[in-house]
Design a protein around this ligand. Sequence first.
Ligand SMILES: *Cc1c(COP(=O)(O)O)cnc(C)c1O
Length: 366
Amino acid sequence: MDRTFSPQPNPGILEISPYVGGGSTVPGRDDVLKLSSNENPLGPGDAARDAARDALRIPEVYPASDHLHLRTAIAEVHGLPVEGIVCGAGSDELIALLCRIYAGPGGEVVFTEHGFAMYRISAQAAGAEPVAVPERDRVLDPDQLAAALSDRTRLVFIANPNNPTGTMVSETVVRKLADAIPPTALLVLDGAYAEYVEEFDGGATLVGERGNVVMLRTFSKIHGLASLRVGWAYAPPDVCDMLNRVRGPFNIGAPGLAAAAAAVRDRDHVTRSRTMNTRLRSRLHQQLAGLGLESDVSMANFLLIRFESPAEAGAAHSHLLSQGVITRRVDEYNLPSAIRATIGDEAGCRRLFDGLESFRNRREAG
Ligand SMILES: *Cc1c(COP(=O)(O)O)cnc(C)c1O
């Protein structure tokens, strides 16, 4: 082999621990229940599914590069200006683009201790320094976050509600943070789970009021379109301009664009999904407490279930797997004694509960 070639990755790339998605298979089982990636157990509504299928009939034609049809639907439903909206291949792409545009060597990207993994990965991929700020009992601590800001800060990412904790901070706290952001930085409010919180705008009002706040949303969670990879940003005009310079012109395929436009207009499906989630989430939270398993009050479509130790969390995860139920270990989120479980449908929640109940019983018997 010719050893004279030695391409070198850019600064930061070698520090990345690749993202590991939620598991989806269990060897030897064909009745798997996937509660590992916070997908909507109802899937998308019929209108979204039909729109995706229709769009698949002409795969030879490039999709729209201005995403105007989808952006118009989002703007109308959310009451936002269409020119303030930029769509991405999932909000993951928008997170990566923001890091590429605004952060780089010498800059810092700030997020919280239990914040979403893509913030760190995208910061490192851009050559910037990731800064993880401690939380207080799995909730963002505004004082510690403010203390981590400096003239090197380029981006501050906050998921509200946060994944994997499910906790949320108030609008007052978010406003104070926006005030504390240094002039060289942007505050990014990741509203991946915003629709699960009734009457919550995900931070859109704040974006409209300031030049330094961006809101991210996704079609992967409540809209049930994770596989089609569609997300969007609502951002000040200059941020939209930068995103549109850097993103690929055909970053979202036509099935995704069409399905997302139908999904955002399908308010009934959103309401149905939220209502079911809220009901099953609070019941499961109480049932688990009855087993002696603690979880924080979650504002999203999952529960972070806490155990006595990392070993116990691992044993619970394995026991559930043996029952065909896949949950998510969250060691890399600095939560080694917990597992994250998506709120499934009625039968799914029962199966999760039964699995955890038999786990607890086995422990007591053993
Ligand atoms: C799931 C998730 C996303 C979005 O994912 P995409 O599928 O890329 O849109 C973004 N942020 C958080 C906190 C999430 O949990």
